[in-house]
Design a protein. Structure first.
Length: 176
């Protein structure tokens, strides 16, 4: 199986932002509880803010730990299908309707998404966080979707060689 790794800069930014937010929430909760911070708020329920901030701080620090421990993008390519690390399991190649970039107009999600079944948001993969980049990931998925006879390469270094040599791009105007 060819596991697509996450871009190292994206991981560092994600980790740093989670740690900073988590630390800020924990510092806020500690400052209020130790009377080092007094914020005049119109709400009489000031005692609710520190516990909520502490819970959020722990949640963000937990996210930072998860980001530091995993470096995959949540999916990999195998001869039998696309494996997801989420609840979805395996998307078999036969059930993939088409591999095409998803339109982002009006979408609140950030990043570049790839649609495996056009019009179905549940069959979309975020491809801009891979170490390969969005374009190379798109070409790779598209190539092996259109060439089922070559999917056995995904279990060896042949897929990486094919990608390095630019052999996954057959039609330069496709998906541009």
């Amino acid at each position: 199986m060819l596991i697509l790794r996450r871009d190292s800069r994206t991981r560092v930014y994600d980790f740093a932002s989670a740690v900073a937010c988590g630390a800020g929430f924990v510092i806020f909760a500690n400052a209020v509880w130790s009377d080092r911070l007094d914020i005049p708020l119109p709400s009489a329920r000031m005692d609710l803010y520190p516990p909520i901030a502490l819970v959020l701080g722990v949640a963000f620090i937990g996210r930072a730990v998860r980001v530091a421990r995993t470096d995959d993008c949540g999916f990999g390519l195998a001869a039998e299908g696309i494996r997801f690390s989420s609840r979805r399991g395996v998307e078999f190649w036969e059930s993939v309707g088409e591999v095409e970039p998803s339109p982002a107009k009006g979408d609140r999600r950030l990043g570049a998404w790839l649609s495996l079944a056009p019009g179905d948001r549940q069959h979309q993969i975020r491809v801009d966080q891979t170490a390969l980049g969005a374009s190379a990931t798109l070409w790779l998925l598209d190539f092996y979707w259109r060439h089922p006879e070559l999917r056995t390469e995904l279990g060896s270094t042949a897929a990486i060689r094919r990608l390095r040599d630019g052999l996954v791009v057959e039609d330069r105007s496709r998906h541009v």
